[in-house]
Design a protein around this ligand. Structure first.
Ligand code: NAD
Length: 341
């Protein structure tokens, strides 16, 4: 039976990446029925909002979506569609694996990290205001409920995926109350998993240095929203850059899969950007849909094409276009039959 999935192409480089990703997923041996809906600036004029109700309804109906990046105006203009989507659907867990890819030049060969970022609160709560003309205030919200929920997600993920350790990342030495509560919540949950998954914590600045120097010491990291955003880009940098970093936003009812990177407007419409991150987000989606064999085949096909090095995009040192890379991965899937996976 085909899986019905909401596809939001996004803007900037999004539509090109979405096309390549759809081509690969359609070649994965799993049946899909795509419900394509648009969000972002392009629909503002028509619907008066960058996130029309029918987009949310489509995701609620299908329970699953994959999206390209969507541009957020800086300073003024509408609020981030990406953040609004995560908060409205309560997609509380942002899962961002960062794993080395053979054949890809980077400082380390054996990075295998999973970033679990709290996705609904912290400074992303969107509560900020000007205080007079020359000052502004943003409120950081941390609750026990959301912190325990994300910690539990990280530990459950570790157990389900055979990972040995969870590291909580915080700045509780300075933000003693907010980050202190996050750390306390992680410790409470860690006690339930004692003997099954190791637990430790790191202060976020030290964590950044350690990840750059010895990433092999770390496994699953759990972080509040803002640190999670920043550290996941750092982790992407350890394995070849934003072009290869996939992600998932997971809630109790729905899940939305998307690359870590943004809409890179300067490359829009040039058939230049790397679709790997969105294709690998598609592989995460296949796992979520209960299709682990197809997911593995897609990941292997991406890795094979990159390792061959003949059809890779500019950011990985090649000259292939977005479309050509997607085509090469799809062809690889066609050559390696599903039964051999
Ligand atoms: P960005 O991730 O779009 O781009 C940063 C740089 O990374 C690019 O200039 C490019 O050099 C490289 N890059 C990113 N994706 C790539 C790819 N697939 N292939 C090759 N190179 C790639 O970050 P930005 O410039 O800070 O943000 C641009 C816009 O995207 C902003 O409006 C931002 O708000 C938005 N954004 C959206 C999302 C999302 O939709 N989830 C996430 C992050 C940023």
């Amino acid at each position: 039976m085909a899986h019905r999935v909401t596809l939001i192409p996004g803007d900037g480089i999004g539509p090109e990446l979405a096309e390549a990703t759809r081509r690969v997923l359609d070649a994965s041996g799993v049946g899909f029925e795509w419900e394509v809906v648009d969000a972002g600036e392009a629909v503002m004029e028509r619907y008066g909002t960058p996130l029309p109700d029918h987009v949310l309804e489509s995701i609620r109906r299908n329970k699953i979506a994959i999206k390209g990046p969507i541009t957020t105006p800086v300073g003024e203009g509408f609020r981030s569609v990406n953040v609004t989507l995560r908060q409205t659907l309560d997609l509380y867990a942002n899962l961002r694996p960062a794993r080395s890819i053979k054949g890809l030049e980077s400082r380390y060969e054996d990075v295998d990290l999973v970033i679990v970022r709290e996705n609904t609160e912290d400074l992303y709560a969107g509560i900020e205001h000007r205080v007079g003309r020359d000052a502004a205030e943003s409120i950081k919200i941390i609750t026990r409920e959301a912190s325990e929920r994300i910690a539990r997600f990280a530990f459950d993920y570790a157990v389900a995926n055979g990972r040995r350790k969870v590291t909580a990342v915080h700045k509780a030495n300075i933000m003693k109350l907010s980050d202190g509560l996050f750390l306390e919540s992680c410790r409470t949950v860690a006690a339930e998993y004692e003997g099954r998954v190791e637990f430790e914590d790191r202060i976020v600045d030290n964590m950044c240095m350690q990840l750059v120097q010895k990433p092999e010491l770390y496994d699953v990291l759990v972080l509040p929203n803002l640190y999670g955003d920043i550290v996941s880009d750092l982790a992407a940098g350890l394995v070849g850059g934003l072009g290869v970093a996939p992600g998932a936003n997971i809630g109790a009812d729905e899940a939305v899969f998307e690359p870590v990177h943004g809409s890179a407007p300067k490359y829009a419409g040039q058939n230049k950007a790397n679709p790997t991150a969105m294709i690998l987000s598609g592989a995460l989606m296949l796992r979520h849909l209960g299709e682990p064999v197809a997911a593995q085949r897609v990941e292997d096909a991406v890795r094979d094409v990159i390792a061959e090095g003949r059809t890779i995009t500019y950011d990985l040192g090649g000259t292939a276009g977005t479309r050509e890379f997607g085509e090469a991965v799809a062809e690889r899937l066609a050559v390696v039959p599903a039964a051999s996976a």
